[in-house]
Write a protein that binds this ligand. Structure first.
Ligand SMILES: NC(=O)C1=CN([C@@H]2O[C@H](COP(=O)(O)OP(=O)(O)OC[C@H]3O[C@@H](n4cnc5c(N)ncnc54)[C@H](OP(=O)(O)O)[C@@H]3O)[C@@H](O)[C@H]2O)C=CC1
Ligand SMILES: O=C(O)C1=N[C@H](C(=O)O)C[C@H](O)C1
Length: 259
């Protein structure tokens, strides 16, 4: 059995994963970490990961940007690989994650679903064909009213994926209300909508002269993120230090299915 520490165990994603792992034959939660204590769990829960004295093989993190430094320190000190799913991280925090991966296995992904990770690849092909033909790129994301960060980590990851295929020539435009001017050619507009219980929608629009192509991913339940995070945790447990993402997990599964 792979022993998991669930960081952010009493949040929405923490509880999705707690329920999924109750039925899992290969992995179990041995401890949780959360500042909130409104839920009774079948495992011990600590207020801060530094207090956790339970041995584990991997950590799954869906918590808060405020907890990322303690999380990385613990992961390095105890040599427990960590799957970082929390979004809204600053550039400085992202750099700390990369640095930590020199000492312990770290997998970070702003979106654990298969669909979004495949979309990232499709967008690179689309951008290479459509951008030279003069198409503009815009991204619109929609999420529930409880979400703290905007734009979503996924919207930024989609833009980054496109930008990687375009030699990093693009800047991101989050707010057009401040200046009276036309959009720049080399920009990707990113807009966030918040309301109700929308699980997660991402729309990437390639707008050309007289034609528009739209790529859209809709998450109907949070279980898609939970299942992806569990797959990632199983993949990461026992791995050497290094920086991993969901493409490693998906490629690993494709190879397994071929054999
Ligand atoms: N990568 C992916 O595929 C996905 C990523 N996410 C991201 O995961 C994160 C969590 O999402 P979600 O579960 O919906 O959010 P929730 O707010 O429901 O859960 C977060 C939990 O972490 C707790 N928490 C806050 N601060 C700390 C801390 N310092 N230490 C430990 N626990 C803390 C919260 O307590 P309290 O409520 O008291 O603040 C809460 O119980 C977000 O950043 C979200 O964007 C979400 C879905 C998919
Ligand atoms: O907060 C959420 O709910 C989600 N957050 C992630 C993000 O910021 O991209 C992933 C998913 O869209 C749900």
């Amino acid at each position: 059995m792979i022993r998991v520490i669930m960081h952010g165990c009493n949040g929405k994603m923490g509880q999705v994963i707690s329920n999924l792992l109750k039925e899992d034959q290969e992995a179990e939660i041995v401890a949780g970490v959360d500042v909130s204590d409104h839920i009774q769990n079948e495992y011990p829960v600590f207020k801060n990961i530094a207090e956790c004295d339970i041995e584990a093989d991997v950590i799954i993190d869906f918590a808060s940007v405020k907890a990322i430094e303690d999380l990385l320190n613990y992961s390095i000190e105890k040599q427990v690989p960590v799957v970082v799913c929390t979004t809204g991280l600053t550039e400085e925090q992202l750099a700390k994650i990369k640095k930590a991966s020199e000492e312990v296995a770290v997998l970070r992904s702003a979106n654990m679903s298969l669909g979004i990770n495949m979309l990232m690849k499709l967008l690179q092909t689309a951008a290479q064909v459509l951008v030279p033909a003069g198409f503009d790129i815009e991204i619109v994301e929609k999420h529930h009213k409880l979400k703290l960060d905007a734009p979503s980590g996924t919207a930024i990851a989609l833009a980054d994926s496109i930008n990687d295929s375009l030699d990093q020539r693009y800047d991101y435009q989050y707010d057009r209300s401040r200046e009276l001017k036309r959009r720049e050619k080399n920009e990707i507009g990113i807009q966030a909508v918040r309301g109700g219980t929308i699980v997660g929608e991402h729309e990437v629009i390639f707008a050309g002269i007289d034609e528009v192509i739209e790529f859209k991913h809709t998450a109907y339940t949070k279980a898609i993120f939970g299942k992806g995070a569990i797959q990632a945790a199983k993949f990461l447990a026992g791995k050497p230090a290094g920086f991993y993402d969901m493409s490693h997990v998906i490629e690993g599964n494709v190879q397994l299915n071929k054999t």
